[in-house]
Design a protein around this ligand. Sequence first.
Ligand code: ATP
Ligand code: MG
Length: 239
Amino acid sequence: MSDTSEPLLLSGLELGKIFRGGDGSEVVVLDQLSIDIMRHEVIAIVGSSGTGKSTLLQILGGLDRPTNGTISFEGESLEEIGSENLARIRNQQIGFVFQFHHLLKDFSALENVMMPKIIGGCPPALAEDRARLLLGQVGLRDRIKHRPSELSGGEQQRVAVARALCNEPKLLLADEPSGNLDSQTSDELHHLLFRMRDICDLTMVIVTHSKQLAGMADRILELRNGKLWADGRGATSVR
Ligand SMILES: Nc1ncnc2c1ncn2[C@@H]1O[C@H](COP(=O)(O)OP(=O)(O)OP(=O)(O)O)[C@@H](O)[C@H]1O
Ligand SMILES: [Mg+2]
């Protein structure tokens, strides 16, 4: 369960996001939304299609900017820290997993997982050690030389999870990580995420349509009408 004595990892304060459609009309996706994410928490974000879950996740991870409001990571405002520090936080402290794995098709599982560390300037031998460890932890020790097309959908997502964790992020953001998998493979992926949470000491925010996955989280927040709503089963720190 979430522990309110844990320090605050990421907070979004009065976030707004307005998109302008092709005809110039405005779509208000986030409306003065606030959220506190405590270290080690697992939060599930649910809601109907088109309510803005992916938009919110991208904003929380610094991949997109809110129209207004502030995001702070460990007390540092992402608006104020400058683009270099923002890139560092995004690359080193936050991992992303998406519905579709986005693995590079011409590279092996091992190379895909090593990539974030190599890009960050890590010596290849060290990046390979980390990638081999992670691929073992996600149960793919005997698939490291396979390319994405030579892996099953579930295995591809495991590689994507390993890649997201390569730089040892504190926060894992996952957008419908099992949205493309059958129910048994989804189930395995859900348990894998929680196992990796324990191994890597993660905080996780997971957008999901899966009741099973949402039910494993400490808190379930529903995105509706631009705001987050607690589910009434003991939510503690939603603001
Ligand atoms: N770049 C954009 N320009 C204009 N409108 C956008 C843009 N991106 C998203 N939207 C609109 O914002 C709304 C929220 O989109 P978003 O992808 O965040 O929803 P979602 O909750 O993740 O949906 P789903 O469950 O289907 O993935 C949608 O109505 C979408 O059309
Ligand atoms: Mg989405």
